[in-house]
Design a protein around this ligand. Structure first.
Ligand SMILES: Nc1ncnc2c1ncn2[C@@H]1O[C@H](COP(=O)(O)OP(=O)(O)OP(=O)(O)O)[C@@H](O)[C@H]1O
Length: 204
C-alpha cells in the first residue's frame, strides 16, 4: 500500500501565492518518514491534506492510486499536537472510544489508559492522558498510515517514551506507514528511516 501526494498545491488565502506548491511525495507501508522544517512552512497543513481533512487546490492525494474515500473510516489517521482540539468536549472518554468502532481494546492497557478515566470528560484529564486516547483511537483496524503531528511535544520525557514505544510496536506489528512531523531532529533520526525537509521540496 502507498500514500502519495501528487503535485499538490494548497493555500488558505486564494489571493496569495500557495503555501504548499507542487508537492510530490510517496510513502510506503512499513516505512517511517519524518517531515521537518521551519515553523509556518506548512507541515501541519500537509498532514491535513494527506489525511483528507483538507482538499488540495491542485493535484491529488492518492492511496494505492485512488483518492481517499470521504465516507467511513480514513485509513490515514492523523494525531494532532493538541489532543483537546481532536476530542468532543461533551463526550465522556468511554463515548470517545466508542466512536472508534472495532478498536482493539488491548491497546488501551498497553498505552496506559486507566479504567477510571473512561467515565471522565476530556477537561478532567491532563494533556498527556488525553493524548493517549487520541493515539489509541487512531490505531483503528482500518488504519494503514499514521501521521503523528508533534504528537508528544507537550509531554514529559517518560510519557513521550512510553507513547512512542506503543506506537512503534503497533506500526511494526501491522506494517503500517508512519509519518512523523517534528522539530525534534533527535526524534526524527531515532525513529525514522527517511527525513524530508519541507523547505527543500516546496515550489519545485
Ligand atoms: N486554518 C487556517 N487558516 C489560515 N491560515 C492558516 C490556517 N492554518 C494554518 N495557517 C497558516 O498557514 C501557515 C502554515 O501553517 P502550518 O501549521 O501548516 O505550519 P507548520 O510548518 O506546521 O508550523 P509549526 O512548525 O509552527 O507547527 C502558517 O502561516 C499559518 O498561520
Amino acid at each position: 500500500m502507498q500514500l502519495e501526494a501528487n503535485k499538490i498545491c494548497f493555500g488558505y488565502n486564494r489571493k496569495e501565492s500557495y503555501l504548499l506548491n507542487n508537492i510530490s511525495l510517496t510513502f510506503k507501508e512499513g516505512e517511517k518518514v519524518a517531515i521537518v522544517g521551519p515553523s509556518g512552512y506548512g507541515k501541519s497543513t500537509l498532514a491535513k491534506l494527506l489525511s483528507g481533512y483538507l482538499a488540495p487546490v491542485k493535484g491529488r492525494v492518492l492511496l494505492d492510486g485512488k483518492p481517499l474515500n470521504p465516507k467511513g473510516v480514513c485509513p490515514v489517521q492523523l494525531i494532532y499536537q493538541h489532543p483537546e482540539k481532536a476530542i468532543n468536549p461533551r463526550f465522556r472518554m468511554r463515548q470517545v472510544l466508542e466512536e472508534a468502532k472495532g478498536l482493539d481494546l488491548t491497546i488501551l492497557k498497553k498505552i496506559g489508559i486507566e479504567e477510571e478515566w473512561l467515565t471522565r470528560f476530556p477537561r478532567e484529564l491532563s494533556g498527556g492522558e488525553l493524548q493517549r486516547f487520541c493515539v489509541a483511537r487512531a490505531l483503528l483496524p482500518e488504519a494503514r498510515f499514521l501521521i503523528a503531528d508533534e504528537m508528544s511535544t507537550m509531554l514529559d520525557v517518560i510519557t513521550q517514551a512510553g507513547l512512542w514505544n506503543v506506537v512503534l510496536e503497533e506500526v511494526k506489528r501491522r506494517n503500517m506507514g508512519l509519518i512523523v512531523i517534528t522539530h525534534n531532529m533527535h526524534l526524527a533520526t531515532q525513529v525514522c528511516d527517511r527525513i524530508i525537509d519541507i523547505s527543500a521540496i516546496n515550489g519545485f
